[in-house]
Design a protein around this ligand. Sequence first.
Ligand code: FNR
Length: 184
Amino acid sequence: MTKTIGILVGSLREGSYNKLVAQKFAELLPDGYEAKFIDFSDLPFYNEDLEVEGKVPESWTRFRQELQSVDGIYFFTPEYNRSVPGALKNALDVGSRPYGQSSWDGKPALIVSVSPGAISGFGANHHLRQSLVFLNMPTLQQPEAYIGNIANLLDANGEILTSTVDFFQLITTKYIEFFEKLKG
Ligand code: FNR
């Protein structure tokens, strides 16, 4: 049966480098796997007062159902002020509730941080990793996926350089091995 990898892109902007990288990773999934991009741009900020019958935002319910429908999760995150963007943190929080019914639980994860800067989103990558520990998401440890200086990894047409795609392929292969050990 086909396995589905949910893809969350931490940047909401149209021309996002993270989105570009996520699209390439989606293409690299092997036979038997498919990608499903999961949008979280419409989620109201998490507020426990809304977690009662009749008040739960429709978008929270839709988002939770989409998470539940996938087998693994890829996160692509920019770094905002040495951490993850607020929209992505809000998505983590919305998906983690109602209490005891987290939609993230047990799903094998990959974290890729992408930045035009030299530090490669390290801070965001590790802050996200910290949340995934609590959310009980086993997360690929090696190879670490810090994609820095992203603007220099594109050719004149804006396509990702082959040598970089080769690195993405290595990460994909390692993630699929990891996923299959856990879920195969
Ligand atoms: C940034 N940026 C940034 N970059 C970085 O490497 N470390 C950082 O801490 C920050 N902080 C930061 C804060 C805010 C509010 C913004 C808007 C931006 C720059 C960031 O890496 C750059 O805008 C990327 O292009 C964002 O990723 P996308 O949108 O291209 O995927």
